[in-house]
Design a protein around this ligand. Structure first.
Ligand code: HEC
Length: 122
């Protein structure tokens, strides 16, 4: 395609580009709105690795593999119910309560993460 091509020759390409831009433009805000909205109950959009790299990692070191200000979580002998309760309600003076931050599916994902923790391979 040259710069001197008549507009009529460009029109179909422009129309296509415009249609694509509109389609993408319409899809993007919807996707953004979805991730910004609080997750529906039963659906977790939580990135647990990221969560442990930041929030939980302040106190549960190495992604929960080692003790920090909080205990090591890898190989915990605690029950799922105990872990769920501790994350939701915290512990006075030690562990913050996250009950308003996470829904049940998020906490399920955190429990799965903790159960799957293995020593670092490096
Ligand atoms: C400010 C420090 C701090 C942060 C941040 C923190 N925790 Fe804790 N956590 C603790 C402490 C301290 C305990 C031990 C509480 C006790 O005395 O039983 C604990 C206990 C726990 C336990 C129970 C472990 C056990 O064996 O008793 C779990 C599970 C847990 N935290 C998960 C998390 C998760 C998930 C996050 C991030 C969403 C998080 N914690 C963030 C300090 C923290």
């Amino acid at each position: 395609m040259t710069l001197s091509a008549p507009i009529s020759a460009l029109a179909p390409a422009l129309a296509l580009a415009l249609a694509l831009a509109l389609a993408l433009g319409a899809a993007a805000p919807a996707a953004l709105a979805q991730s910004a909205a609080p997750a529906a109950p039963g659906v977790s959009t939580l990135d647990v690795n990221q969560l442990f790299a930041t929030t939980c990692g302040w106190c549960h070191s190495e992604g929960g593999r080692e003790a920090g200000k909080g205990p090591q979580l890898m190989n915990t002998k605690r029950s799922d119910d105990f872990i769920r309760h501790r994350i939701k309600y915290g512990k006075e003076g030690g562990m913050p309560a996250f009950g308003t931050t996470f829904n049940d599916a998020d906490i399920d994902a955190i429990i799965r993460y903790i159960r799957a923790l293995k020593p670092q391979q490096d």
